[in-house]
Unconditional design. Structure first.
Length: 369
């Protein structure tokens, strides 16, 4: 509180970072914001918590595959990015292009205290470093169990298999861990085995074995489905962790949009956190809408001006224009109410036809006095 309102500091810090990043990325003519990328075959397989355990899974969608990391410390910024079959580009452990390399050098100022809203590249690297630290500190079987589960979710299959094979023969989970290690080591991302494993995962989830089912889905590169199950069962932050750590930008944006809707709902009412989540996926127009709906008139207007200054409001121009007219008109009304006539005239001028009508009303009313 020494620095004033924490919301102000957090919002503008995160906003500046992602506005700068988006401005750099938009220099690439082929760049498309992650939330604008369309999914050809959206998954319809996620069941509700009260669904029957006997539901079969069909029509499996081809999912992006994450390149395995052989060494948990072997993260190189010079690695090449490969496109998956569904068009996702995985940049969680690599640098996607020259613009991102510059961002890592000049714009890596977002503090780690922001956790799930920091850049995906840094976040995945951070999780791998944490797993390495946990690995060096584990002494009990429970520690190894948590580490192996996290490594499977992160796609570090080789390391997870090695850890599972270290289970003591006297342990009651010895056979289970060996079978899980065999499954993880021999799994294939396509064919009949994938459909079978998905059915097993669905039945496990429906019978209150959520984490086991999520691990199986992650093993067959169905991380988006795993995140949706976690969200359906109320594990919102765990779903965000999995999305940030293992999914491509497009799928991560899908999970984060659902999370932001949940945070902004009346039952949760964490709209400030929802704003940070939307900023982290570059959904700036949605941030303006949320600020406007919250009646944060000043924030909405100033953030809109910042977006225009950085040139990041390129999608759906007609709806964006209408939104900006509403935001600037409301801010002009507020400025008029507190007696800032010159500023009011400026925002009426940038509010388009709506602002012109508003200014005309104010001029007419003042002339009658």
């Amino acid at each position: 509180m020494v620095f004033g309102d924490p919301m102000e500091m957090d919002f503008w810090t995160v906003a500046l970072y992602y506005l700068s990043r988006e401005q750099e990325r938009m220099k690439d003519p082929n760049y498309v914001p992650s939330y604008n990328l369309t999914r050809s075959n959206p998954s319809e397989d996620v069941i509700c918590p009260d669904a029957s355990a006997s539901i079969a899974i069909g029509g499996a969608r081809q999912q992006a595959t994450t390149a395995p990391v052989a060494d948990i410390l072997g993260i190189s910024n010079d690695q090449l990015v490969t496109d998956s079959k569904d068009g996702c580009k995985h940049d969680t452990d690599v640098v996607r292009n020259e613009a991102d390399k510059q961002l890592l050098i000049y714009h890596s100022t977002l503090d780690l205290c922001y956790d799930l809203v920091i850049d995906s590249q840094f976040y995945r690297s951070l999780q791998l470093e944490r797993m390495l630290l946990h690995d060096t500190k584990r002494h009990l079987y429970e520690h190894s169990q948590k580490c192996s589960a996290s490594l499977l979710l992160l796609g570090e299959t080789d390391k997870a298999v090695q850890m599972l094979l270290e289970t003591d023969p006297s342990n009651s989970n010895y056979t289970t861990d060996l079978l899980k290690a065999c499954l993880a080591a021999t799994i294939r991302s396509s064919g009949a085995s994938q459909s079978t494993i998905k059915v097993v995962a669905t039945n496990l989830i429906a019978n209150s074995r959520l984490m086991e089912g999520v691990q199986l889905l992650s093993l067959i590169d169905k991380g988006l489905d795993a995140c949706r199950y976690l969200q359906a069962y109320g594990h919102w932050e765990q779903a965000a962790w999995l999305a940030k750590s293992s999914l491509c930008d497009r799928d991560c944006a899908d999970v984060f949009i659902r999370w932001s809707d949940h945070l902004a709902s009346p039952s949760v009412n964490q709209r400030v956190k929802a704003l940070l989540v939307l900023l982290s996926i570059g959904h700036f127009r949605r941030v303006i809408e949320t600020l406007h709906n919250m009646r944060y008139v000043t924030h909405a207007a100033l953030f809109s001006e910042a977006c225009l200054q950085f040139g990041v409001l390129q999608d759906d121009q007609s709806q964006t224009t209408v939104l900006l007219e509403m935001v600037f008109s409301d801010y002009a009304r507020y400025l008029h109410s507190v007696g800032f006539s010159r500023a009011m005239r400026h925002y009426c001028a940038v509010a388009g036809p709506t602002g012109s009508k508003l200014l005309e009303q104010y001029v007419t009313s003042s002339s009658k006095l």
